[in-house]
Design a protein around this ligand. Structure first.
Ligand SMILES: Cc1ncc(COP(=O)(O)O)c(C=O)c1O
Length: 548
């Protein structure tokens, strides 16, 4: 059987972080061959024809429609961050706070409860405390260092746990694995703000986080020029566990589309883009995405130097007679040392806090006396800053899979429905548009998508290359045996259709087998179409593409 895990591997060639920071997400422009990422400063995109336009808006096909929802420059940035974070994909926003708000808005509904670290960036605290409450959400803040406190704060309505990898400005380090375990035990996701660590120092998804948000304004941009944010998701959280009707149920805001059912591991991200970004409207500008992409190119170099410099200055201050104490997780005596060794082996970031002898007044005098460091409210710039927080701020198909997905032309879809909102219809519609002959196999249908429907595989009077299954796992063993009898080349079990017995029967009959994957998504990934929506396609290469 084809190992489903192989679909989620970033790339058959494992390019390292530094290489992906420069290349991930970009395909040199097929028309001009431009080496840099072009700034697609356009509001809208000319449709090929009326049918394509409708298919794009219905999310039946991957294509650009309007830059509030997607833009090729922004998509390159989204895919690059997703690649660096080891995520399924990303959606960019006009600011870090907009990214957070949209991430919450996409999964929660009035009456839900959030357990959040009590040591967050001030703007986030305000967002959680006031905006979320206005939306009918309850928030409990806990001591982030106390795993038992996270546990104690849980309620039946708890739908999210939220923390920062490195707290702003206190510098506390989140025990991501421990808090993720607390969240997963109740079927809730852990969302982590990774702004201060960046994926160079820590990749929260590797330790169990489900969603990662960034204020790109900071270290990602790195030069203090642009405000932006991004949300990435692991694609591994089960949004159909009964607790997230907002993500799993048919959406009234998208003519009844069930995002998780239809897009599987990309369901949350599709909803985040197609609904939340559409409705909240806080999109990233292409020009800002371009600047963030430039920032990402040097992220590894800057972070290395940031950490080195911060450690040097923290050590200097520690020994200074006018300094009462320095709080920096990077210092050897920090109580966070064990967590730093586990989560931040390359360094504890570049932000630290210190108290001066003489209190607030001495602090103000100190700030006003600085000649090179600026007094401002933005960390992560190449230019150093100082601020007094209290008074201011806080995944390619291998060749084998390609045989199953690409060069086969006739696909029998078992369970294909004529209901335009069913995932099977989405897949059939997409495959047909891409030149495949689809063969509906459904005793309840006479014709779907203009093709005659057959009651069973055995009734099909011509050769079938692939049998794609949209039926409950219990039916799969019988379908697999029938697929073997009619001499099909491959058995493809759609997202959520997991039947080890069925897979084994098909394999023993000489069929290639793919389990728990959407044929539409995998085809789009291979054809580079997912790239337009910021999904992590895992493609890293500098060859000029042919015009699609
Ligand atoms: C840790 C953290 N998260 C989120 C934000 C909000 O980001 P933005 O200012 O881009 O909206 C900030 C901004 O300072 C921050 O420091």
């Amino acid at each position: 059987m084809l190992d489903p895990e192989r679909f989620s591997k970033a790339s058959p060639r494992a390019f390292g972080f530094d290489t992906r920071a420069i290349h991930a997400g970009q395909r040199p422009d097929p028309y001009t061959g431009a080496r840099a990422v072009p700034i697609f400063q356009t509001t809208s995109y000319v449709f090929e024809d009326a049918e394509s336009a409708a298919a794009y808006f219905n999310l039946q096909e991957y294509g650009n429609t309007y830059s509030r929802i997607m833009n090729p420059t922004v998509a390159t940035f989204e895919e690059r961050v997703a690649s660096l974070e080891g995520a399924a994909g990303g959606v960019a926003f006009a600011s870090g706070l907009a990214a957070q708000a949209a991430a919450l808005f996409t999964m929660l509904q009035p009456g839900d409860h959030i357990v959040a670290s009590g040591a967050l960036y001030g703007g986030t605290v305000t967002q959680l405390k006031h905006l979320s409450r206005k939306l009918g959400l309850e928030v409990t803040f806990v001591d982030p260092d106390d795993t038992a406190a996270w546990q104690r704060a849980l309620r039946d309505e708890t739908k999210l746990l939220y923390g920062e990898t490195i707290g702003n400005p206190g510098g506390n380090v989140l025990d991501i694995r421990a808090v993720a375990d607390v969240a997963h035990a109740i079927g809730a996701p852990l969302m982590v703000d990774n702004t201060f660590a960046t994926p160079y120092l820590c990749r929260p998804i590797d330790f169990g986080a489900d969603i990662v948000v960034h204020s790109a304004t900071k270290f990602i941009g790195g030069h203090g020029t642009s405000i932006g944010g991004v949300v990435v998701e692991s694609g591994k959280f089960n949004w159909a566990n009964g607790r997230y009707p907002v993500v799993a149920d048919p959406s009234p805001a998208y003519h009844g589309l069930a995002f998780y059912d239809t897009f599987g591991m990309y369901g949350y991200l599709m909803k985040l883009r197609a609904e939340s970004l559409r409705d909240l409207g806080a999109c990233m500008s292409p020009f800002n995405a371009f600047l963030f992409l430039l920032g990402l190119e040097t992220l590894p170099l800057r972070m290395e130097r940031h950490v080195e410099n911060a450690a040097g200055v923290a050590r200097f201050l520690q020994q200074h007679p006018a300094v009462e104490r320095v709080r920096y997780a990077g210092l050897p005596e920090s109580p966070y040392r064990p967590l730093v060794e586990k989560y931040l082996p390359k360094g504890a970031g570049a932000v630290f806090a210190f108290d001066l002898q003489g209190g607030r007044e001495a602090g103000q005098r100190f700030i006003e006396s600085l000649r090179l460091w600026s007094h401002l409210a933005n960390v992560g710039d190449a230019k150093s800053l100082v601020i007094h927080p209290a008074s201011t701020t806080h995944r390619q198909l291998s060749d084998d899979e390609l045989v199953a997905a690409g060069i086969s032309r006739t696909i029998a879809i078992v369970g294909l429905s004529s209901n335009v909102l069913r995932p099977s219809y989405f897949v059939g519609f997409y495959l047909q548009r891409h030149g495949y002959r689809i063969v509906p196999v459904n005793p309840n249908e006479r014709e779907v998508l203009g093709e005659k429907a057959y009651s069973s595989l055995s009734d099909i009077p011509f050769h079938v290359d692939v049998v794609d299954v949209f039926r409950a796992p219990a039916f799969v063993p019988a379908i697999a045996k029938e697929a073997v009898r009619i001499g099909a080349g491959a058995l493809w079990l759609q997202f959520g259709v997991i039947s080890p017995q069925g897979a084994q029967a098909a394999e023993q009959g000489g069929l290639q087998v793919v389990v728990d994957r959407c044929m539409k998504v995998e085809h789009a990934r291979h054809m580079g179409r997912m790239h337009w929506l910021g999904f992590n396609t895992g493609v890293v290469g500098s060859q000029r593409q042919s015009v699609l």
